[in-house]
Design a protein around this ligand. Structure first.
Ligand code: SF4
Ligand code: SF4
Length: 272
């Protein structure tokens, strides 16, 4: 079995506790209005459109499959800009043992790994195999997830990861559909289960200027306070990155939301 991997970072200090190796899986079932990595949403369909746009000749077609030559790539990003499919030709098919070997090279310098995306649970069976392998090797494994996975599958998976870092995009179901294209009942069912099982390290909400997050902050803080007060609530300021004409929320709004979270019983809040 192979996983479709967008990229990996040998060291990150913002993807869970300590210094972690992060693996970004390709593919996501949400299409968030503010997604900063839209090229991770879909798996490449090998249409070949991007080949002609690569002036470094790093892309070619072999057996009807796109081939990316990492040595020739200068990371100009043109292939991603022209892709009509929210994808990237710069993905790799890796086996669990390929990834374990990669981890072993840096194992003495990291606290563990974080599996992110895209949305890592979209490659459920590969993810499960990788988590089981990490457990066997005593490697701490966290998952960064939108928590929109069938409940039974999330229960099963939770036996194999150490902690999850689920996103709460927004509490209102209607606004969640507007923002991501999907409803959020499953997200809350999974998060409540994971909190009860003490399997959550932090919950993350991106604060996007289009919406009022007061209700979201209240509900998430109440959940954290009632199940596991050690859980971090990370409030992430939306940053435009030239994607659209939206502005970041002000520092005043971020501080107001932090105060609301404290008011509803959450004591471990990070603004980033
Ligand atoms: S990012 Fe790499 S593969 Fe893509 S167009 Fe630029 S050089 Fe070519
Ligand atoms: S990355 Fe996009 S443009 Fe390039 S082959 Fe894949 S789907 Fe087509």
């Amino acid at each position: 079995m192979f996983g479709v991997i967008n990229k990996s970072l040998n060291h990150s200090s913002v993807d869970g506790p300590g210094n972690r190796l992060v693996i970004f899986f390709q593919g996501c079932n949400f299409s968030c209005s503010y997604c900063h990595n839209p090229e991770t949403i879909k798996v490449c369909n090998n249409c070949g459109i991007c080949i002609a746009h690569c002036s470094s000749n790093a892309l070619s077609m072999k057996d009807k499959k796109i081939v990316w030559n990492q040595n020739l790539c200068v990371d100009c990003g043109k292939c991603i800009l022209v892709c009509p499919n929210s994808s990237s030709p710069k993905t790799q098919l890796l086996s669990v043992s390929d990834i374990i070997q990669q981890i072993e090279k840096v194992q003495h310098f990291i606290s563990g790994i974080t599996i992110s995306g895209g949305e890592c649970t979209q490659q459920y069976y590969f993810l499960k195999e990788l988590l089981i392998a990490c457990k066997q090797q005593n490697i701490s494994a966290f998952i960064d997830t939108n928590a929109h996975l069938e409940f039974e599958k999330m229960k099963e998976l939770s036996q194999y990861f150490d902690k999850a870092m689920p996103d709460v995009k927004i509490y209102s179901n209607h606004q969640h559909r507007q923002l991501t294209g999907k409803a959020n009942e499953l997200v809350f069912q999974n998060i409540e289960f994971l909190l009860q099982a003490h399997k959550v390290h932090e919950i993350r909400s991106v604060i996007y200027p289009e919406f009022d997050y007061t209700e979201t902050i209240e509900k998430v803080s109440q959940l954290i306070a009632s199940y596991d007060h050690r859980v971090i609530y990370k409030l992430i300021k939306f940053r435009p990155h030239g994607l659209n004409n939206k502005k970041s929320p002000s520092d005043e709004i971020m501080l107001f939301l932090k105060t609301r979270a404290e008011h509803f019983g959450c004591s471990n809040i990070i603004i980033s």
